[in-house]
Design a protein around this ligand. Sequence first.
Ligand code: COS
Length: 385
Amino acid sequence: MAGNPDFTLFQLEDFHHELREAIRGLSEKEIAPYAKDVDGKSRFPEEALTALNAAGFNAVHVPEAYGGQGADSVATCIVIEEVARVCGSSSLIPAVNKLGTMGLILQGSEELKQKVLPTIVNGGMASYALSEREAGSDAASMRTRAKADGDDWIINGSKCWITNGGKSDWYTVMAVTDAEKGANGISAFMVHKDDEGFVVGPLEHKLGIKGSPTAELYFENCRVPGDRIIGAPGTGFKTALQTLDHTRPTIGAQAVGIAQGALDAAIAYTKDRKQFGKTIASFQNTEFMLADMAMKIEAARLMVYTSAARAERGEKNLGFISAAAKCFASDVAMEVTTNAVQLFGGAGYTTDFPVERMMRDAKITQIYEGTNQIQRVVMSRQILR
Ligand code: COS
């Protein structure tokens, strides 16, 4: 078994490293300075949107055929990770643009892709509308209905916890088209913010990711043209789950980025802060905590890139690895950010430093795109099958 001189396993391509450098530079210069204000005022990070749009980092996943950059899934994760390292809220711009268009990319008609995707590349935004007040983890129990009316569809119902709701132009909306068929009676539609009967409801007041609006959506006899359905009627729930297989790695990437941001802040602070006559970084307790934090982030990052690479290769049965990557990385982010606050002591509990924001932002990564309990359902179903 001769060694392969071109051995590249576990090694990113040069362009991935160049991409990281570019997005890190942009994030530090044009996003980080506003992160505290965005969080403190619960305001949308307009500066981040402008900077990401100008540099073409807002929706890198869109294929070149639709005017996008066609970045691979690992590259998309790197963009999200680097933005999240400085601002969790802002990282939801590229992340949710992928979530809101992935069903369309995977299963939509060519005409619908041509209609929607270039608008996202050009700075429009997209969201994903699956959850309802009474249908969260049990997504298939949704009540929103879509009925055919001539060539159109009429949607009635409501969706909630919709990330970037109200900011997005397009929404991938799952609705029941045949109540007799359970999960196989659900269809997916692209709804535009200007569609008749589409209403954005109130925003949630949240623990973290305060810069990203989370809205309720109402569909009041919302009329959408017939060609806005994604795939065939009844395939919408599968499209929704298939989408999550491709996007859970992006939440893992967001979690890795938040954790890395907290670790970087903790390293800088503990090397500077002196107690008992020496820097707190020189106490073995701190060294071991920092080593554990870095070790777990590295493991999470590898898992996230592996899951993204497997999605990129179009492997089947992505359920286990994408759920595992999201679950593991988000648990790591929660632990690392909590320990970062601990290392800062009293200062870490104040808004003078970013680690308390990162700890609050990390929490949602254990909840959205499926709670980590649901990730374990997905994983165990695959390993026990
Ligand atoms: N890709 C494509 N199809 C899939 C799939 C996947 N990853 N996983 C399951 N399916 C198919 C199943 O094979 C089944 O089809 P058939 O009836 O033709 O066999 C159908 O989809 C329904 O699947 P299942 O019976 O497993 O659905 P459940 O209602 O039991 O729900 C879970 C499955 C719990 C995994 C799902 O509801 C879920 O992921 N919930 C969390 C939702 C979530 O992440 N919400 C956050 C929203 S984004 S913030």
